[in-house]
Design a protein around this ligand. Sequence first.
Ligand SMILES: Nc1ncnc2c1ncn2[C@@H]1O[C@H](COP(=O)(O)OP(=O)(O)OP(=O)(O)O)[C@@H](O)[C@H]1O
Length: 266
Amino acid sequence: MQVYDLNKNHIVTPPGEIALSTNQLQVNYGNSKQASMVDASLSFPRFQITALIGASGSGKSTYLRSLNRMNDRIATVHGEIMYHNTNINSPKVNVYEVRKHIGMVFQKPNPFAKSITENITFALKAAGITNRQELRQRVETSLKEAALWDEVKDDLNKSALALSGGQQQRLCIARSIAMKPDILLLDEPASALDPISTAKLEVTLKELAKNYTIIIVTHNMQQASRVSSYTAFFHLGHVIEYDQTETIFQTPNIQATHDYVTGNFG
Ligand SMILES: Nc1ncnc2c1ncn2[C@@H]1O[C@H](COP(=O)(O)OP(=O)(O)OP(=O)(O)O)[C@@H](O)[C@H]1O
C-alpha cells in the first residue's frame, strides 16, 4: 500500500454559518493506545450536506458516531465538539439532550417491530409529548419531510417491517426528524438499498438539507458528488482533505485524495 504523509493536509473552513464543528477530536477505543481518529478539526456548514469519504477502516464512522456521543461507552473521545457555543463533548452535557438535536440514521434500516405510526411516536411519547393531535401532526409532517407520506398514508397502522428496505430507511429518517433535530448524521444510509431506492433517498436528502444540516458517511463517490456540497477525505484515522465537493473530486490539493477519488489508491 502506498504510504502517504498523514501530516500533510488541506482543510478549509466553509464560509457562512457553522452548525457543528470539532476541534482536535481524538478517539481511542477501549484501552488502545493507538488512536482510531487523530486531531480531527472540521466545521460543518448549516443547511448543507457534507460527505465523509475514505477507505474501509479510515475512521469515518468513528468520527461520525462521536458527534452525537455514540462512542461514549466504547471509546475515549478527547477534543471539542462545538454546538451553539457549547462543547457537547463535555461530561457535564446530557447525551440524551444532545441526541435530540443531533439525530442519527444507521447503515441498515432498523425500524422497531411496531406500526409505522408507533415508530415515529415512540420517542416522542418518551419525551413527554402526549397530545394526540400533536402526535398525529408530527407523524404526518415527518413522513412528508422524509418523502414517505404518499406511499404509506392509508396504511399507518401497518407494521414497519412490511415496508421495503428503501421505505424502512426513509421511515428511520422520519423517526429521527420527528424529534425536530438540527443535525442529521447518516452512516452509509444507502448501502443496503437498490439503485432506485438509493436515488429516491438522495432526492429526499437534498430536500431535507433545506431544513437540516446533514453529515453523511458514504463509500459511493458518485453519491458524495451528487448530494454533498463539502467533502472530507479520511485516511488511517486522519482527515487529509476537506473542501468543497467539486474541489475534492476535480482538483484536490493532496495526492492521497487524488489517488483515492481516481481509484488509484492502495
Ligand atoms: N467498536 C470498536 N472497537 C475497537 N476498534 C474499533 C471499533 N470500531 C472501529 N474500530 C477501529 O477504528 C478504526 C476505524 O474504523 P471505522 O469503523 O471508524 O472506519 P470506517 O472508515 O467507518 O470504515 P468502514 O467504511 O469499513 O465502515 C478501525 O481500525 C477499526 O478497527
